[in-house]
Design a protein around this ligand. Structure first.
Ligand SMILES: NC(=O)CCC(=O)C(=O)O
Length: 275
C-alpha cells in the first residue's frame, strides 16, 4: 500500500531535473553540439536518471552575432531533429535551452521543447532582446509568450533578459504554469541580479524557477554559471558553481499548491487597480 502511494506521488508530483551548465564555443555549432551531447549522455545515464534536461541559451552559436545569419540553423531543423532523437532514445523531456534559428531571412533566439517521445510540444522565441549584447541589431524578437505541458507538468518559457520583466512570468503563471524554465547566457558583474531576479519570480508567482546559465568566456563577457533550481517559497533547491557541471535537483509540484493555499496571492490580486 505504502509503495503504491509513493509511486503515484512520484509520477504526479515529483520530477528530477538536470541542468547542463556548459561552456559554449563562439560560432562553432558542430563543436558545441558534440560537447553538449557528451554532457547530456552523462546526465541521462546517471544513477538517478532525470525526467527533464534543460540546456543554456544560444548553445549552437553563442553570441556570434556578426555572423549569425550564416551560422543560424535553418528553421532550427537540425537542432530539433537531434534533440528529438536524444529525447526519444532516453525517454527524457528536453527543454532545449535556445538556438539561433533562421526563418524567412530573420534570426530568432528560440527555445524548442521536446517531450520524451521526441515530439516538439512548444517553441518560444525570446521576446525581450538584450541591447547590452546588441541582440536587437541582429535578431528578431518573438511576439508571444508560451506555456506548455510535459506529462501533466504545466510550465512556461523564458530566455535570459526576459526575467527582468515580471509581467511575462506573471502572465505565464496566470495561464497555469507551475514552473518557469529559463535558458541563459548571463555574465559578470550581474550575478546578484541573476540570483535575486530568479528568486523574485519564484516568490511572487509561487512557482518553481529552473534556470540554466552557461559558463566560460566570450570576448569581454565572463559567464558565471550558477544555474539554479528555486522552489515556490524562494528556497534554493540546487545551485551550480562557476565551472562546467551538471546541476541536478528534485522538485515536488504539490509544494506549489501548498504555498498558493498558504498565501493566496492569486486570489488576492486586484488587477483592475493596476492593469
Ligand atoms: N543574454 C541575455 O539576455 C543577458 C541578460 C543579462 O545579462 C542581464 O543582465 O539582463
Amino acid at each position: 500500500m505504502n509503495q503504491v502511494s509513493t509511486q503515484t506521488l512520484h509520477l504526479q508530483d515529483c520530477w528530477r531535473i538536470a541542468l547542463i551548465q556548459c561552456d559554449i564555443v563562439l560560432g562553432k555549432p558542430k563543436v558545441n553540439r558534440a560537447n553538449l551531447e557528451l554532457a547530456m549522455e552523462q546526465a541521462a545515464t546517471a544513477a538517478e536518471k532525470p525526467d527533464i534536461i534543460l540546456l543554456p541559451e544560444l548553445w549552437n552559436t553563442g553570441y556570434a552575432l556578426t555572423e549569425i545569419g550564416a551560422l543560424a540553423d535553418p528553421e532550427g531543423r537540425d537542432s530539433r531533429k537531434w534533440l528529438s532523437s536524444f529525447a526519444r532514445r532516453h525517454a527524457i523531456h528536453v527543454v532545449g535551452g535556445s538556438i539561433a534559428e533562421i526563418r524567412e531571412g530573420q534570426v530568432y533566439n528560440t527555445m524548442p521543447v521536446i517531450n520524451r517521445s521526441g515530439e516538439e510540444v512548444a517553441s518560444y522565441s525570446k521576446i525581450h532582446l538584450f541591447r547590452l549584447m546588441e541582440e536587437e541589431k541582429y535578431l528578431q524578437p518573438g511576439e508571444r509568450s508560451v506555456t506548455f505541458e510535459l506529462d501533466g507538468l504545466q510550465a512556461g518559457a523564458a530566455i535570459c533578459y526576459d526575467i527582468r520583466f515580471p509581467e511575462l512570468a506573471r502572465r505565464l503563471a496566470l495561464q497555469g504554469a507551475k514552473l518557469l524554465f529559463v535558458a541563459a547566457e548571463w555574465p559578470h558583474p550581474r550575478l546578484n541580479h541573476w540570483r535575486m531576479l530568479l528568486a523574485a519570480r519564484a516568490i511572487e508567482n509561487q512557482m518553481y524557477v529552473v534556470a540554466c546559465n552557461r559558463t566560460g568566456k566570450s570576448g569581454s563577457d565572463a559567464f558565471f554559471g550558477h544555474s539554479l533550481i528555486i522552489d515556490p517559497w524562494g528556497e534554493i533547491v540546487a545551485e551550480g558553481g562557476e565551472g562546467e557541471e551538471i546541476v541536478t535537483g528534485s522538485i515536488d509540484l504539490s509544494l506549489v499548491d501548498q504555498v498558493r493555499r498558504q498565501i493566496p496571492v492569486f486570489a488576492d490580486r486586484r488587477p483592475r487597480c493596476y492593469e
